[in-house]
Design a protein around this ligand. Sequence first.
Ligand code: YSA
Length: 351
Amino acid sequence: MESGTVLETLRSLEEEALRELGTLEDIDSLETWRVAYLGRRGKLTTILRSVGSLSPDLRRSVGAAGNQVKTLLEEEQARRSDEIEELEVRRRSSLRAIDVTLPGRPLPQGRLHPTTQILREICSSFTAMGFQIVEGPEVEWDKYNFEMLNIPRDHPARDMWNSLWIDQQDADGRLSMLMRTHTSPMQARIMEQTKPPIRLIVPGKCYRYEATDATHEWHFYQVEGLAVDEGITLANLKGTLYEFARRIFGPDRKVRFRCDYFPFVEPGVDMSVDCFACRGEGCRLCADTGWLEIMGAGMVHPKVLAGVGYDPEVYTGFAFGMGPERIAMLKYGIDDIRLFYGNDLRFLRQF
Ligand code: YSA
């Protein structure tokens, strides 16, 4: 065989292989191409194998030229493989192409819980009347939750507050710490530390060991109010609470005060608002009374004032404790208090 013929065959093989390589568009056909030219029985491999049968002179020149073609084809194959991969990536991302003319998707937005909203409304209606806001502990001593509020141990009035006790005993082996059942302990804590005049409200969470129903939860909020000064009367209490009701419910809502008993006030009252569900006719929600009770209130008992070192002959005061969830129920027409803490977004999104 002449060296010129073999070298020409090699050149045309190189041209053919490179032309074909340029048309390939996927990894599978690239592999077929590799097998056809560089595989064990491929066209170039066959030529290179035959070099052994050539004369020593021809072997050297054809062998060198054949290896050059092999190196070139291998390099070109690697380059084309990178190009094909890039093409694939582009093809795939064009399937997920962004249509910049589409309007953006709204991001899910959080909002304030209805209890937080009503607490803020209640607080601002009182701060507008000159009250300050104070907070207190949710885990409380028996001393503040009951004793300093004129509810000594074994007093039957303790049954009004079904308590969740903490496993903590005093020197007599009696339970002395509990989850506060109301925000009233803050009355004693504040008066113990401050001198009149006092005008403040205490929003916070309370806990009771009680069965739940449409108007009762075992954990709920209260907002306590306390005003102590010289010459404060029941008229001041009624005026303040009427103004509060007007600000929260508007001028058309009916409000009712009735006598009620709390050991830490004398006299004691409760305040109700006409039921939103039946407009006073009587229904399941208001237990057929036409009214929903929203708070207890009264004139601070002289014993409570004396217990914190105030002279009840000089100072008088009023106090109240309201349930914000019940107020939100009346304001927004919610017929079951259990919805507040059921974590159902269908309910929460409405506020
Ligand atoms: C009374 C006189 C004062 O001078 C000061 C405060 C008070 C209120 C007293 N500390 C108290 O806790 N009274 S109460 O048991 O009648 O609760 C007050 C309000 O809390 C209720 O009117 C109601 O709105 C809410 N409440 C009570 N138990 C509840 C509840 N809300 C939801 N679930 C419960 N289980």
